[in-house]
Design a protein around this ligand. Sequence first.
Ligand SMILES: [Zn+2]
Ligand SMILES: [Zn+2]
Length: 268
Amino acid sequence: MYYSDCHVHSFFSSDSKTEPRDHVERALQLQMDSLCFTDHMDFDYPSRYKLSFRLDQEAYFPFMEKLRREYEGRIRIRSGVEIGLETAYQKQISEYILSYPWDFAIGSVHLVGRLDPYHKDFFEGRTVEEAYRSYFEAILSCLETFDPIFDTLGHLDYIFRCGDRSITDAWSQWPELMDAILHLLIEKGIGLEVNTGGIKSGLPFQHPHDNLLLRYRELGGELITLGSDAHTPDHLGDYFIPTGEKLKALGFRYYAVFAGRKPSFLPL
Ligand SMILES: [Zn+2]
Ligand SMILES: [Zn+2]
């Protein structure tokens, strides 16, 4: 049995063209027991970036329900969301998450001060250190602001996919800031996502970096989720086997998969 993938994008995300059925077929080939779609929903994503990241939840749920019935007994299909966290939209985001029957909700920071680190303008007029730090400060203030309306924090050190490699890892650079983030996750019962999505674009580690995973474990953290962030079926479950081995070596024994917002723990 292959690890279940709990971070997957389909044509319900504005940056993917994948028919959900193609992901399901690939998951069956890999012998996954379950697959959780987590399409993007970002409130008020800046129009200059030419993507909307609005999820059409009225179409999404019936579509996923039909797919679930079609594949019943072969694979468990779950309907999740990757919600973009921004403190300015706390009320709308919280209401949105609480209004629909998600199986799983990933909270991810995609914007800091209306800028997306994926684009060059994020880094203009400041040093790499300042730009990177602003990303982690935004995560900390989201964790301080939001109730635990989401289940796991997506791709914690995502910013390392975007800038240069002059800083090796977040834990070595900003230990106090990173400790504050990890402590809040544990305190609020929010999981930490292990996301292998950056490796395909040349990042030498999964999100988050080994040092952060180790620190999280040292602080008593054990609620981890696993996702490839695949936007196409060929990346589904990417690098899960070596990542699972690494997680075991770092002291983790289980990962969580969610249904109806409730975790089940599966052995690594
Ligand atoms: Zn994301
Ligand atoms: Zn994603």
